[in-house]
Ligand binder design. Sequence first.
Ligand code: GRF
Length: 197
Amino acid sequence: MTRIAILISGSGSNMAALLDDMAGPDHPARPVLVLSNRPEAAGVTKAQARGIPTEVVDHRKFPKDRKGFDAALQAVLTRYAVEFVCLAGFMRIFTPDFVTAWSGRMLNIHPSLLPRHKGLETHAKALAAGDRDHGCTVHAVTPDLDSGPILGQARLTVHADDTAQSLAARVLELEHRLYPAVLRRVLAGDHSLLELS
Ligand code: GRF
């Protein structure tokens, strides 16, 4: 069973979707750790309620020291013998060395149809661009932000009355379906593109 860590910064709804799926008897992985960079992240409490070990590495203790922060993360991941990392709303940017160390063993979910709308405020960007389609992407993590190989995408049609908030809510539902499905495929060695709608 592959030992998985889920890294979070916020509410942890994608984390919960992954944990729900991993709770199934046929899943090839088990969650050994939820790691947050924010002690107050709601996802930490959610993970604890499910009996999953949690750790916090507070990035504010590493001002202007991304290398030191990444080293602290790595130390925790090593302590839990983590084999695979899922980023789920983890809002820190890694050093290239950290990413390289996890090459092929780290996924991220991003709330847009990459390569469109990298970075933050993706729903507002999709509206501002007049996009007819929007959605989310699960990709392998590489040193360039939101640019790794795309493994899965889920798509919706933008409505005339959509706001950034309504899009965020609808995309989040897609995220919760897409991420567990892609994780299962990747762990089975399938890196072909999964498309949901
Ligand atoms: C998700 O939309 C994720 O794609 C983005 O941040 C949000 C995190 O939500 N990077 P949650 O913490 O999983 O609820």
